[in-house]
Design a protein around this ligand. Structure first.
Ligand code: CA
Length: 517
């Protein structure tokens, strides 16, 4: 990547030497008539993060960014002009047949030894980065009561148990009025089940149900119906209350206190990085996401994988156009086939709604300089770094193998976050260009801005400013190591992210492609 380092003069970034467009860096864009250091003159006013043509591009010629074709010129494009959505004809979605497998897998990367983090060891072998009381639910009907209970737990019980980081209600819209055995209903059901197994909940949540719902507790956790280590059940159904709302509250508070006593005895202990599960995501992306924040995550992801951790990337519609770049990084043919199967399933799912992956890009993405989903996808997959892909899991499934894992989820921020939590994520990292206050109650969320301008406007929401890479202040390598150490500090509870400090939490949102009744 070429950086031009004078802060006030017109600057652009070229990602790949084959590119015939570059991205404008300056905060307020570039005015028509101004010259870049290379001698290129802007012939339009070009906003920050938008593309400038580096040469004359004839009608129908390819427009190249990241060394890949992001479209064909819809009209002739003059050197120095602003290249935007209506100048580009988007390529067809690439076929899922005859894709390369394994040819970009390099020899095993050298392992990084000696790194640990301080976590809470669970009986099932997983490790929490936080020590949370989780209360999961079988149906939306219980949500109102649960909110009252949680409020009382926070006020009356938590102050007595200082080693417990908080209480989380796993509420959702599923359970009642669903076609429980319908095709694809296994996705929301296994998501609810696996959310309750998240390592940050110590593996033993309470479960609250109503009683008459389609989703019964044994479909989530059969063990909740038996007695736990204290001789009590972890399951309570509201329809069993003999004294109304007040009785429900007292019964659940009593169950919660027993769990809090056990959770409070837990202490952080040094753990190998193999017990860290990092979920990566982007939201509110702009053209810089693929130049600064996502490559930064990619560098840190390679370090984490080499140190033995599991790192997930997701968002099917944002990898679909880069499928060949990913199948060629799958460790073997079986993993590549699993990737193609997930993408094909998603193509079908979108086709049922008479749409395709191009529905992904948002008005904010376009205002941020991303002309189409091809350009967005090429920037999005930069998060995955360069390590080989060691596994692919479906939506709502739990991770099985360590290393770099593709977790096939929708790109919707909270659905992706929910599914990564179900997969076993205990640390989340989220890149943003346009800005979002996104956060999750079940795992710390590290927020990385793609631009310094955003980090300066939102100093109490953005944890890491990757804009320093475009400014030439830091290299990706230097910031990548800093991010790696920050992950370990956050995982160990030595650092609290802004979303945690402010307690900014999005809802859990299930992915339910099955019918409701
Ligand atoms: Ca997203």
């Amino acid at each position: 990547m070429e950086l031009i380092q004078h802060k006030d003069s017109p600057r652009f970034v070229i990602v790949n030497e084959k590119d015939n467009v570059a991205v404008v860096v300056n905060d307020n864009g570039i005015a028509k008539g101004r010259k870049f250091e290379s001698g290129l003159k802007a012939v339009d006013n070009i906003p920050q993060a938008h593309k400038v043509a580096l040469c004359d591009i004839s009608k129908d010629d390819v427009v190249i960014r990241y060394g890949q074709v992001i479209g064909r010129a819809a009209n002739s494009i003059e050197k120095g002009s602003w290249v935007k959505e209506n100048n580009l004809i988007m390529p067809e979605s690439p076929t899922l047949d005859n894709l390369p497998t394994g040819d970009a897998v390099q020899g095993k990367e050298s392992s990084l030894e000696g790194y640990t983090f301080e976590g809470f060891k669970n009986e099932d072998g997983t490790v929490g980065t936080r020590n949370l009381l989780g209360i999961t639910t079988t149906v939306q009907c219980v949500k109102g009561v649960l909110e009252h209970v949680i409020e009382r737990i926070r006020k009356e019980l938590l102050p007595k148990y200082p080693n417990v980081d908080g209480v989380v209600g796993l509420t959702h819209s599923y359970g009642c009025g669903v076609a429980i055995n319908a095709k694809d209903s296994d996705i929301p059901i296994r998501t609810v089940a696996n959310l309750s197994r998240n390592p940050n909940l110590a593996g033993e949540p309470l479960v609250i149900g109503l009683g008459c719902e389609k989703l019964q507790p044994e479909q989530i956790r059969s063990e909740v119906l038996t007695t736990n280590s204290t001789g009590k059940s972890n399951f309570y159904k509201l329809q069993d209350s003999t004294s109304g709302f007040a009785g429900m509250m007292e019964d659940i508070l009593e169950m919660a206190e027993i769990r809090l006593q056990a959770l409070n005895l837990r202490k952080r202990k040094p753990c190998p990085l193999s017990e860290l599960v990092v979920g990566m995501q982007c939201g509110g992306s702009d053209s810089f996401s693929g130049i600064t924040a996502n490559p930064l995550l990619g560098f840190a992801s390679d370090l984490m994988v080499r140190a033995g951790a599991t790192v997930m990337f997701s968002e099917v519609t944002e990898v679909r156009d880069a499928v060949a770049l990913l199948t060629s990084r799958c460790e073997n043919k079986t993993i590549a086939e699993a990737l193609v199967k997930e993408l094909a399933w998603y193509d079908q799912y979108l086709a049922q709604g008479e749409t395709d992956r191009s529905a992904n890009t948002t008005p904010g993405n376009k205002a941020g300089g991303l002309s189409n989903i091809v350009e967005k996808a090429l920037g999005s997959i930069a998060k995955s770094g360069s390590c080989s892909i060691s596994d692919v899991i479906g939506p709502g499934e739990r991770i099985k193998n360590k290393g770099l894992v593709f977790c096939a989820t929708p790109a919707s921020d909270f659905i992706c976050g929910t599914l990564q939590l179900a997969a076993g994520m205990n640390l989340h990292v989220f890149t943003t260009g346009r800005g979002t206050p996104y956060g999750l109650a079940m795992a710390p969320v590290v927020k990385v801005s793609s631009r310094t301008e955003l980090a300066e406007r939102w100093p109490d929401l953005i944890d890491i400013d990757a804009g320093q890479i475009a400014n030439g202040q830091k290299t990706i390598e230097k910031m990548g190591w800093e991010l790696f150490h920050y992950y370990l500090d956050v995982a160990s509870g030595r650092e609290r992210t802004w979303a945690e400090q402010h307690k900014i939490y999005n809802d859990l949102v299930l992915f339910n492609p099955a019918p409701v009744t």
